[in-house]
Design a protein around this ligand. Structure first.
Ligand SMILES: Nc1ncnc2c1ncn2[C@@H]1O[C@H](COP(=O)(O)OP(=O)(O)OP(=O)(O)O)[C@@H](O)[C@H]1O
Ligand SMILES: O=C(CO)[C@H](O)[C@H](O)COP(=O)(O)O
Length: 294
């Protein structure tokens, strides 16, 4: 589905590690001299924090489900419109959701607010989305169809919750109880809108710990890279032109667990991600650059 203005999306739940992976992808762009328009998924929330709290109260009173994982908590239609516009013309608008004082202070705004929409920088080589909904499909909206390379970042769910609790308490100032409530409230939307995306991804990176995480709500530390493996599954190995022998050679202690799945030690996740995605991204940008505009 390659086109003149390619779109690469990293999709994953809250706490999965998409922001962490974004750093690795930005290294690739820098090394290759690619100018990427970066889109943060949280900027497509429907409400700012203050209004979301009000809406949550209303939803509770009316017995409705509302969360940042589902269509009522986000403007999926605007995300799809951005991807369509960027794919066709290389243009579009973006904004940021400012999670904490550190993110908010350069904009002289309050945490939990959005920056104003602004035009994407001109003349970018690709759009890079990182967030919750890069592969979302509902009855009304199909974001996934516009994405040229869709990558899932999916720790097993206990690890995802440990990472979320750890990050939200240490960086975002929430109590463990508040994070647990959020996890519970979001579960229906998690099942209906987050997990189905991982059947649409071209590649999934699933971190699996080798230590006991059976009660994520009392875990004190995030299992380290050395205490985990990463299971990497390719939906269509031929489409992504993956060379498994090369990867097995380059990544010590890696092995194949299925015909389309390679397992690497946790510490090799960054290397695996670069070896796998860099040639794919280069091909997409190259194809885009060679395409004659419509
Ligand atoms: N591979 C990893 N190994 C160890 N810790 C990780 C890994 N990936 C993420 N983490 C940790 O997990 C926490 C959540 O990661 P991150 O902020 O990247 O999640 P996210 O998917 O961007 O979440 P959100 O969408 O809510 O912003 C962070 O504390 C991060 O340091
Ligand atoms: O990480 C998230 C979604 O990916 C946050 O939960 C969401 O952005 C809302 O943030 P907050 O509760 O801090 O207003």
């Amino acid at each position: 589905m390659s086109k003149q203005h390619p779109i690469v999306a990293i999709t994953g739940s809250s706490g999965a590690g998409t922001s962490t992976v974004r750093g690795a992808m930005e290294h690739i762009f820098r090394r290759d001299g690619f100018n990427a328009a970066v889109i943060e998924g949280d900027s497509f929330h429907r409400y700012d924090r203050f209004e979301m709290r009000r809406q949550l109260e209303l939803a509770r009173e009316e017995g409705r489900n509302l969360s940042h994982f589902g269509p009522d908590g986000n403007v999926f239609e605007e995300l799809e419109a951005l991807f369509r516009e960027y794919g066709e013309h290389g243009t579009g608008k973006r904004r940021y959701y400012l999670h904490n004082a550190e993110e908010a202070s350069p904009f002289k705004q309050e945490p939990g607010t959005f920056t104003p929409w602004e035009a994407l920088p001109g003349d970018t080589d690709l759009l890079f989305y990182e967030g919750l909904h890069g592969g979302v499909v509902t009855g009304d909206v199909n974001v996934a169809q516009h994405v040229d390379l869709l990558v899932g970042v999916v720790p097993i769910v206990n690890l995802e919750w440990i990472q979320k609790i750890h990050r939200d308490t240490s960086v975002r100032g929430y109590s463990p109880e508040a994070v647990t409530d959020t996890i519970l409230r979001r579960l229906p939307d998690y099942v209906h809108y987050i997990t189905p995306q991982f059947s649409r991804t071209d590649i999934n990176f699933q971190r699996v710990p080798t230590v006991d995480t059976s009660n994520p709500f009392i875990a004190r530390d995030i299992p380290t890279l050395d205490e985990s493996f990463v299971v990497i599954r390719f939906r269509e190995p031929r489409k992504t032109q993956v060379d498994f022998s090369y990867l097995l050679n380059m990544i010590d202690d890696s092995f194949m667990s299925r015909r389309n799945t390679i397992v690497v030690p946790g510490g090799k996740m960054g290397l695996a991600m670069e070896l796998i995605t860099q040639p794919l991204i280069e091909r997409l940008v190259q194809n885009g650059a060679n395409r004659v505009p419509a």
